[in-house]
Every structure is written in structure tokens, then in C-alpha cells.
Design a protein around this ligand. Structure first.
Ligand code: UDP
Ligand code: MG
Length: 139
């Protein structure tokens, strides 16, 4: 398992708010290498599959509806200890609780529209990256 890879989504709210550039700049400044990147739009089936682990949670339907509401940016990122380092950079799930200077604090709207996704383990980073990118699309 590659411990140096994580996967992120710039969520529809952050794309709509014009934060693609600022978020990519933060990622860059923090020393992550962008290994794959694309602008896309999830179908309902995609979002249900991507968040399948949360399918029994009360927020699931709202989350799927939000994640399909507009275009997103997906990226695979590389850095030593990438998952942990990226979770530090994005901050807590709820932007209200996220530390100053973190991406969710700076660019999140609320608990659901919290600007970005970040993988929670190297195993899931690989699964999530494979969900969006073929080998040929990773550099
Ligand atoms: N989420 C939500 N309400 C909640 C918890 C989570 O809308 O009470 C959304 C939020 O967009 C979050 C995503 O569901 O990023 C996945 O939740 P998770 O607990 O995995 O948080 P994360 O790993 O993104 O910090
Ligand atoms: Mg999570």
C-alpha cells in the first residue's frame, strides 16, 4: 500500500464560490505533488458509490444531492505520509471547528459544504483514486 498518496475532491460549493485556484495553491504550498487532476461532475450513482460507507447515516441523501449539484475537481496527491498530512491541512469536518488557516476553515460554508474531501486511510486513498483515474491518467 502506498502511504504517500491521498485523494481529494474540491466540492461543488467551493467550485461555485471560485475557490479552485486558492485551494490548489494551498495544496501546492503545503508540498503536495499533484499526481492526477480533473474537472468532473458526479452522477447520483457515482456519489452513492463513493460515499457508500455513509449510506446508513441520516445525512446520506442530502450529501449525495449536494455532491451531484455541480461540477467538482478531483485530484490524487503525493507527499510523505499524505493522508495524515492532508487531513491536517484541511482541518475538522465542520468548518466551525477547523483550525485557523486550514482549507475547511478558510473555504468551507458549513458541515456538509465543507470545501474538500480528504481520504481517511492509504487503503481508501487508493480505492478513491482508482474510482476516478486510470493508471494512464496518473503521473
Ligand atoms: N457530513 C455531513 N454531516 C455530518 C457529517 C458529515 O453532511 O454530520 C458530510 C460532510 O460533507 C463530510 C462527509 O459527509 O465531509 C463525509 O463525512 P465524514 O464523517 O467522512 O467526514 P470527513 O472525513 O469528510 O471529515
Ligand atoms: Mg471521511
Amino acid at each position: 500500500m502506498d502511504k504517500n498518496i491521498t485523494f481529494t475532491i474540491i466540492k461543488p460549493s467551493a467550485v461555485e464560490d471560485g475557490f479552485i485556484g486558492p485551494i490548489l495553491a494551498k495544496i501546492n504550498e503545503a508540498g503536495f505533488r499533484i499526481a492526477a487532476l480533473k474537472f468532473t461532475h458526479l452522477t447520483e450513482k457515482d456519489a452513492q458509490q463513493f460515499y457508500a460507507v455513509h449510506s446508513e447515516r441520516p445525512f446520506f441523501n442530502s450529501l449525495v444531492s449536494f455532491m451531484t449539484s455541480g461540477p467538482i475537481v478531483v485530484a490524487t496527491l503525493e507527499k510523505e505520509n499524505a493522508v495524515e498530512e492532508f487531513r491536517k491541512l484541511i482541518g475538522a469536518t465542520n468548518p466551525k471547528d477547523a483550525a485557523e488557516g486550514t482549507i475547511r476553515k478558510l473555504y468551507g460554508r458549513d458541515m456538509e459544504a465543507n470545501a474538500v474531501h480528504g481520504s481517511d486511510s492509504p487503503e481508501n486513498a487508493a480505492i478513491e483514486s482508482d474510482f476516478f483515474f486510470s493508471k494512464r491518467e496518473r503521473f
